[in-house]
Design a protein around this ligand. Sequence first.
Ligand SMILES: [Zn+2]
Length: 330
Amino acid sequence: MKNKIEHGKRHFIGVDLGGTKIASVLVNEDNLPLANVQMPTCPEEGQDAVMERIIASISELASKLPGGIDDVEAIGIGSPGPLDKELGMVVDAPNLKWKDVPVTSTIHVATGLPVYLENDANVAALAENRMGVGRGTKNMVYITVSTGIGSGLILDGRLYSGTTGGAGELGHVTVVPDGPMCGCGNRGCLESLASGTAIAKRAREAATRTAGSGILSAAGGKIDNIDAVLVSSCAEAGDPTATAILRNAFEYLGIVVANIVNLLNVEMVVIGGGVSQIGGMLFDTVRRVVDLRAFPFMAKDAKIVPAALGVDAGMLGAACYAMEKQSGED
Ligand SMILES: [Zn+2]
């Protein structure tokens, strides 16, 4: 991070709270990152320990500024949901084993600064829209396909979070009425069909069914070694089962993207997350399904592109969210 600290600029800190790491960044008012820091989350040590590491990350970044924490204007936190934004609480985050944790008040007490909490996929959407591949677009949807599936909506240039802040749960729209059971308790959610976890599960089932499975031998005979990355490399090597599993998953994703295009007439759909690294096959399949199913006049204007900011999107978006809240732009 080579951007210089300049006097007179406003500064913000963004924190991306994940199940394995806490990634934080210090930015100036031009959204330029000045410094970043990463710490392990270690949720098994309990919520107080995690909160202490978040506060330590903030202190470390603030110490880079001449006036320390006094030179920071606000803090944004991107967290897995669901959240109660009014109370500043993480209501239920299975990865963190958190229930009803008062994040904003704890950090506010420790720092004296305004603290803004928002869903992690929503802040990542904001980052891709303000400084990533979606820069300049007014209507954009960001989808992250990883172990789960999340999304964030930018509509008319603003982050859309719905009536109570829950909007954008694209992973849990129903695609197959009697489909696989999803972690949310519903059947046939997109996440149960197209996430990295779903792809690995289908591949494990196929490997168990088929004697002499190419996927199983690529996994060294160990079923537990089968993950989405391995399925992708098997597909690249021409394995027909792996190819069919991925195509099937990406077709479901394509159906949901086609629905988004018809519903929202977006300019751009940005797809990020670990599974999006599979690249060509995912984007080609989604494009094909969108062109097949969505209205042509809307499909032709909807670009479907890979995310640009990678794992930095969460912390950059959280900082950006704090800045916009503070500036009254949200
Ligand atoms: Zn679900």
